[in-house]
Design a protein around this ligand. Sequence first.
Ligand code: 16G
Ligand code: ZN
Length: 531
Amino acid sequence: ISSVSVILRRNIFSRRTEKTFNFTESAGFRGKAVDLDWIVFRVGLLSVLYSKYKKATVGVMITASHNPEPDNGVKVVGPMGEMMEGSWELSATELINSRDEDLELTLQQTINNFCIDATWPASVYFARDTRPSSPMLAEALCKALEMFHCTVKDYGILSTPQLHYMVRCDNTHGSYGVPTEAGYYEKLSKAFLAIMQPESNKGQYIASVMIDGANGVGALKAADISKYLKHSLSMSIFNDGSHGKLNYKCGADHVKVSQTAPEGVPVELAARCLSFDGDADRVVYYYIDEGGKFSLLDGDKIATLVAGFLNEMVVASGLNLKLGVVQTAYANGSSTNYISNVLKVPVSCVSTGVKHLHHRAADYDVGVYFEANGHGTVLFSDKAFNMIRKISNAESGDTCQKEAADKLLSFVDVVNQTVGDAISDMLLVEAILHERGWSIQQWNDLYNDLPNRQMKVKVRERTVIVTTDAERKTTAPAGLQDRIDEIVSKYPVARAFVRPSGTEDIVRVYAESDTQEKADSLACKVAQAVY
Ligand code: 16G
Ligand code: ZN
C-alpha cells in the first residue's frame, strides 16, 4: 500500500477536482473519458481489495455501454460474474473521493472494515470496449494492479458479458466453461448447433438476421462467433465501427427510446433486424411490415418468448420446476398481462438495475429476467440443472420427456447466465423461433404492446424524488404522486411513473396509454408535473 503514495508523489494519477463522485453497483462509475484516468486507477486499487476479500478472481470492465463515445466508465465484476456487492458501494465511493494524502489511510480502513487478509494473492481480469479512450484507461488500471503483484489477465477488447463469463469460468474451475474467447464461442455455438439441426419443416422461420452493432464491440464479436455457427445462422452485420460513431443514431438504446430503426441498416421488408448496445449486453429486435410500419420487439417481447417456450419444455420434460419472470416498472403493461393471464407464469416487478432483477430471478428454479431496454438473461438453479440432467441421462423412461430434457440442456448452454448478453440472447431467441417455426411477425403477434413514451426531465436536484413499490410510485416530494394519479386518471388504460436516473443527472418519465398520441401527451403532462 505504501507504493500507492510513491505513484501519487510522482503525480501521475492525483485527484484533479473537488467534485464528489458516486460509485454505484449497477453503473460503476461513468463520466467524460478525459477526466477518468485517476478514477480508473483507484478502481484498480479497489478491485485488488475486492479480490482479496472474495479470495477469488474478480473483473474490471472499462466501458460506458450505450453512452456517447466521449464518455467512458468502469465497473467491478464479482467472482460468479455478478455485480459488486452493495455493501462495497460506500467504500468504493470513499476510495474514489478521498484526497490524495488520505488514499493510503482509506485503503487501510477498507482492509480493516472488511477484515481483508492483505496477504491473499489477488487476481484481476479486465477488458475494455472499443472506445478510443479505453486503452488509455486500461493503462491507468494496470498501473494500480502492478503495485500489488497480483495475477492480472488483460483480455483486450471484449463485450461486457464476455468478461463476466471469463471471471465465472475461472472461479468455477472449468465447470462453467473455458475462460477464453474461443471457449466462449465454442460453448455457445455447440449448444446452438445442437438445437438448430436441419429439419424438413421449420415453418416460417428463416435463419438470417441483420445486426446493428452500434459501431461497438458487439459487431466484432458477432463476426467472430459467426465462424463457429457455420451455416446455421446467416448474419449481416452493419454499424461495425468501420465508419460510424459508437452509439450514434444506432444501437439498442437509441432504437428503444426513439422507437425507430437505426441509421446504417438497410432494413428490408419483414427481415429480422436487431440492435446491440455499445458493450453488447443488450439486444432488441425489430422489423418493417408490408404497410411500412416499424415494430419493436424489446426486452419484454424477448422475456415472453423465452418464458413461454421454456415453460413448455419444462412441462414436456415432466419436471416440476418453479419458472418465473422478473420485470421492472418499464415493462409494457400488455407483456405483464400476457405472462400472467395467458402463459400463467408468475411475474414479479423489481427496481431498475440488473442486480435487482438477477437477485429476484434466483428465487425461481428457472428465472427469466429482462428489462424492457433489452438487458436480461435466464438463471437455471443447480436444482433445475441437476433435475434436467437426470432425465436426460436416464437409461430408461419416457422418450418424449428425455428429448425435451436433452433440448433444455442445450438451451442452458446457449444462455450466458452471468448477466445479459446480446450475442447469447440473440442465439436464444433464434433457437426458439426455429423451434416454433415462427417469423418475427408471428412472434410479435403474441400480444400488442400498449403505446408508450419515455422522456427525460432536467431538474435542479433529482434526488428529491423518492420512489417506492419498485419505482412505480413516489413518496417525495409531497403531493407529486397525487398529481400524477390525477393526470393518469384522465387517460384510458394508462399508467405513468417517474424516477431519478441512476446513470444520468436527470429524472425519467414513463407513460403508456391506448394510443401513441395519448401516451405522448400523458408523458408530457407528467413531465410538467415533475418540473
Ligand atoms: C444501468 C443498469 C441497467 C439499467 C440502467 C438504468 C446494470 C448493469 N445496468 O445501465 O440495468 O437499465 O442503468 O439507467 O445494472 P437509468 O437509471 O439511467 O435509467
Ligand atoms: Zn450495455
